[in-house]
Design a protein around this ligand. Structure first.
Ligand code: C2E
Ligand code: MG
Ligand code: MG
Ligand code: MG
Length: 289
């Protein structure tokens, strides 16, 4: 039913809305305290090579465990962190923590070539400070920047082309690798690929989902893979959940993949159990449990 303006405006003071606003304020406060309270931890999802069936690296995925709220999804708290300018300290913690952990991860999996994929928010990419403290972390940890791939969503590349472009070039100069995340979901994907100096793309999982039965999705994936080949870019498929998807992707020439078929994002202590998986046995479900 349609309401008149007068009626709608006095609804602003409804107890329900008041409660919602209060809840939101509380949530913000909790997020603000999360770093200090050491409530964040990192999980790692294997990136697998489809050809030799081996783990090549991990995507770092942030988790927030709060006493009252329980485990909060990054889909929920990252947008708020971006809005409240909390993403800079949080994002910095993620990079620092991940690079400090990499040596241990390499040791427990007995593979010094393992790399890390780290998600970078558009706000972090914009921030001049990023380029100032990154070299410090590199020195501190002794990890080569070439072992780190920053994942940028297409929307990160939307704004202010000159700033973005100069920051991307600077990151590349430091030796970091750059990937476009959730590729295919944004606008003018093609233009960006040619314009910005990136090393690869990650096919968004919405294209992989139900690709077995959806010819259009298969066609999209084929186009992305062929284009990437022509441009000399790496391709990683996200969200691979079934053996059929794995087979189709491999047939289409996709070389790397991530997804629940291989492993979920795992806490560091569970990565150890990935180490002994014998590739010869074709054991595709790299479940740690
Ligand atoms: P993303 O970077 O695209 O990460 C992939 C998401 O897909 C992750 O969700 C992952 O757990 C999930 N996923 C992986 N395999 C499968 C699968 O087979 N099926 C399905 N259905 N999902 C799968 P998650 O961990 O909830 O992260 C969500 C988003 O939050 C990430 O999307 C990323 O944009 C953001 N995010 C996570 N950690 C960070 C971070 O440290 N910094 C920033 N800026 N963003 C982060
Ligand atoms: Mg990502
Ligand atoms: Mg993604
Ligand atoms: Mg995403």
């Amino acid at each position: 039913e349609v309401k008149k303006n007068g009626k709608a405006s006095h609804q602003i003071f409804s107890p329900e809305l008041h409660h919602l606003v209060q809840q939101q304020n509380e949530f913000e406060q909790q997020l603000e305290n999360a770093l200090k309270g050491e409530e964040f931890f990192l999980t790692y999802q294997p990136v697998v090579c489809l050809k030799d069936r081996q783990v090549r690296g991990f995507e770092v995925l942030l988790r927030w465990q709060n006493e009252q709220l329980g485990l909060v999804s990054p889909e929920r708290f990252i947008p708020l962190a971006e809005q409240k300018h909390l993403i800079q300290p949080i994002g910095r913690w993620v990079i620092k923590e991940a690079l400090h952990r990499l040596a241990g991860i390499r040791q427990s999996l007995d593979d010094n070539s393992l790399y890390l994929n780290i998600n970078l928010s558009p706000i972090q990419l914009h921030d001049d400070q990023l380029l100032k403290w990154l070299p410090d972390i590199i020195r501190e940890t002794g990890i080569s920047p070439s072992s780190v791939r920053f994942e940028l969503t297409e929307s990160a590349l939307d704004a202010d082309e000159t700033v973005i472009s100069s920051h991307l070039v600077a990151l590349r100069k430091l030796g970091f690798r750059l990937y476009i995340d959730d590729f295919g979901t944004g606008y003018s994907s093609l233009k960006r690929l040619v314009e910005f100096p990136v090393d690869g793309v990650k096919i968004d999982r919405s294209f992989v989902h139900h690709m077995e039965t959806d010819r259009n999705k298969q066609a999209m994936i084929e186009v992305i893979i062929n284009m990437a080949r022509l441009l000399n870019l790496h391709v990683v498929a996200e969200g691979v959940e079934t053996e059929a998807q794995r087979l189709l992707l491999q047939e289409e020439g996709c070389r790397y993949a991530q997804g629940y078929l291989f492993a979920r994002p795992l806490p560091e202590q569970d990565l150890r159990s990935l180490a002994g998986i014998p590739s010869e046995q074709g054991n595709w479900t790299l479940q740690a449990t």
